[in-house]
Design a protein around this ligand. Structure first.
Ligand code: NAD
Ligand code: AKB
Length: 317
């Protein structure tokens, strides 16, 4: 058991792909009782529900978010509740309501209760006019509604920091690959689903073209980056504080399938692109993470082969 740190933490959208692993890491750091996992739904037997405090919380319900923060004495909020790109483009209105409305509710509660806040951004902030190796600072003209909500989230975070002194921090996560929870309705989900197929039927029908290349990251690195940026001294963070590019590694869908085939005899993949190809084509191939490296020491540990082995081992256990 860890020593309590005195922090009282709320995680929204905790039952999703990131929350499943972030809650575990935060409970190891702060103590189980100090980390309240929350989501709009519950899942029986989920470790976030069974191993510590859990609350049903809809982040679009501003009053409930503020009440929970006040009643529980929350000091830090990790705000993960959102709709991802594929789900979001199918229902733009709900995407705006959850992603932007939910973020406003969390920031208002943080301002009222004096909380620090982590709000994730995404490589989806970039549009087709951004360089394919995306720099930290470039015009952000996303062509997806999801991307627009992420640009808005970064701007809202900066506004609450500069105008109200709320300590808001965020990362532009690449596509995240993990095995402990399913991917949550994004464009980069193929890079997760392919592993489940590899240990199951040994065949995957991929919904993007074989030459589709995107920035990706193994979940262990994403959790480490999240904890690092939240632990960094405020004085080391500059104007990118609500949306740092963080580099992991990049691969095409075909390179991923080949890396898996090296480990799984008989694995095969075919490609039938759908609408998610359009979203993938609008995003960069890779990102420049040098500002995150300079300001708080970011450096990824996993490459394609280390991730492939970790995924296959995790799914075989
Ligand atoms: P996910 O879809 O797996 O989980 C999101 C969770 O939010 C779900 O459990 C869902 O039930 C919950 N939720 C939805 N609407 C809600 C509401 N109104 N109130 C409360 N909860 C609600 O998503 P994730 O992959 O864990 O992503 C978390 C955050 O990270 C999001 O902001 C996402 O945009 C960002 N992000 C994720 C990735 C990735 O590859 N996973 C990449 C870039 C950015
Ligand atoms: C998605 O594909 O929507 C997410 C993301 C990159 O934001 N994984």
């Amino acid at each position: 058991m860890s020593e309590p740190t005195g922090d009282r933490v709320l995680v929204t959208g905790a039952l999703g792909q990131i929350g499943t692993e972030l809650v575990e890491a935060l409970r190891a750091k702060h103590g189980d009782a100090a980390v309240i996992a929350s989501d709009i739904r519950t899942v029986e037997g989920h470790p976030c529900v069974s191993k510590g405090p859990f609350a049903i919380l809809d982040v679009t319900d501003t009053a409930s978010v503020s009440r929970l923060c006040r009643d529980e004495g929350v000091t830090t909020i990790y705000h993960l509740a959102a709709l991802l790109s594929a789900t979001g483009e199918k229902n733009p209105e709900l995407c705006r309501s959850v992603n932007v409305g939910g973020t406003v509710a969390v920031l208002k509660a943080a301002k009222a209760c004096g909380c620090r806040v982590f709000v994730p951004s995404s490589i989806a902030v970039f549009g087709p006019d951004a360089p394919k190796h995306a720099p930290q600072d470039t015009p952000l003209n996303p062509t997806t509604v999801y991307g627009e909500t992420k640009v808005e989230g970064e701007a809202l975070g900066l506004e609450y920091w500069t105008l109200h002194g709320v300590d808001v921090r965020g990362l532009r996560y690449p596509g995240l690959v993990s095995y402990k929870a399913p991917a949550g309705g994004g464009t980069t989900d193929y890079a997760v689903e392919i592993f489940h197929a590899a240990v199951g039927s040994k065949h995957y029908r991929c919904f993007v073209r074989p030459d589709t290349k995107l920035p990706m990251m193994y979940m262990d690195d994403a959790i480490r980056a999240t904890l690092m940026v939240m632990e960094a001294p405020a004085t080391s963070l500059g104007s990118s504080r609500t949306g740092y590019n963080i580099d992991g590694f990049s691969f095409t869908a075909e390179e991923l399938a080949a890396a898996i085939a090296q480990e799984v005899e008989g694995f095969s993949c075919d490609y039938v692109p759908d609408v998610r190809q359009t979203y993938a084509d609008s995003w960069p191939d890779s990102v420049d993470g040098s500002i995150a490296k300079k300001e708080w020491g970011w450096s990824p540990a996993y490459d394609l082969h280390a991730m492939t082995r970790a995924m296959l081992n995790g799914l075989s256990d």
